[in-house]
Design a protein around this ligand. Structure first.
Ligand code: PXL
Length: 276
């Protein structure tokens, strides 16, 4: 049986982010993918952006289906939206017996939707992130996790400081993604002792809808296969770099990354340097 991975995340009606991105990524990396949908994010002509959270019972039932009927080698969490959902998911993760847990601390969407309520931040920091094998904040999310303003991270050194501070919340590894840095696309991976820089070419495009979801899903897929954390993150960075390189526009707004690009082209190198 192929390795199996679970995404506990939101459904993105545009298809490029959320569970849609996760399942496409799992498929591309030859991992059997299942999802527990926490909320629907969709656009209505009148209400513009809508978030439709699901009940905690529905979220639990979907996770139990995975754990009891299918089996789970790795799981990731994405958009969780409310404190109550985080409490439920944290309990499910704790009792799941799954060893590889990727927490993508999703806070805001590329179309501007608020995907985490302000009052849910504390639960994310105290209940879920401590259970993470890897937590994967972007610069905006990293700043919020360390109590700074959204634009507090500007340089590679800021990423390093943030990785150290976020590690104190208790995850095994922190991956701070430098998507908005100047120059090459540098991410910092830190386990409390060892620190790595991952460097890929920067691709100049606005079409990065779902890039964070896709990157963390690729890490989850590789962990499900039994890869080490450093190898899983390295493969995932190659996957997302290819997917951004071949991203396409939609009718409106940032387009999605192209999930098949890594398998079809996959030529981008990622340079991993141990910096500590
Ligand atoms: O890219 C962040 C994200 C995560 N999850 C869901 C989303 C989005 C962005 O639109 O809709 C469900």
């Amino acid at each position: 049986m192929r390795p199996r991975a679970l995404s506990i995340a939101g459904s993105a009606a545009r298809g490029g982010a959320g569970i849609q991105a996760d399942l496409k990524t799992f498929q591309e990396l030859d991992v059997y993918g299942v999802a527990s949908i926490t909320a629907f994010v969709a656009r209505h002509p009148e209400t513009k952006q809508g978030v439709y959270p699901q009940t905690t019972e529905a979220i639990e039932a979907q996770v139990y289906t995975m754990l009891e009927d299918i089996g789970c080698d790795a799981l990731k969490t994405g958009m969780l939206f409310t404190e109550e959902i985080i409490q439920t998911v944290a309990h499910l993760v704790k009792t799941s017996g799954v060893q590889s847990i990727v927490v993508d601390p999703v806070m805001i969407g590329k179309m501007g939707s608020k995907l985490l309520k302000d009052e849910a931040m504390d639960a994310l920091q105290t209940l879920l992130i401590p259970q993470a094998t890897v937590v994967t904040p972007n610069m905006y999310e990293a700043a919020h996790l360390i109590g700074k303003s959204f634009d507090a991270l500007q340089t590679r050194d800021d990423l390093i400081d943030a990785a150290e501070q976020i590690h104190e919340l208790g995850p095994k590894y922190v991956l701070v993604k430098g998507g908005k840095l100047e120059g090459p696309a540098i991410d910092i991976l830190f386990d409390g002792d060892n620190m790595y820089e991952l460097k890929a070419p920067r691709i100049d495009t606005i079409h990065t809808n779902g890039a964070g979801c896709t990157y963390s899903a690729a890490i989850t897929a590789e962990l499900a296969k039994g890869a080490s954390i450093v190898d899983a993150v390295t493969t995932a960075k190659r996957f997302i770099t290819a997917a951004i390189r071949k991203a396409e526009p939609f009718k409106q707004g940032p387009g999605p990354t192209y999930h098949a690009a890594f398998k079809k082209y996959g030529e981008d190198e990622v340079i991993v340097t141990k910096i500590r």
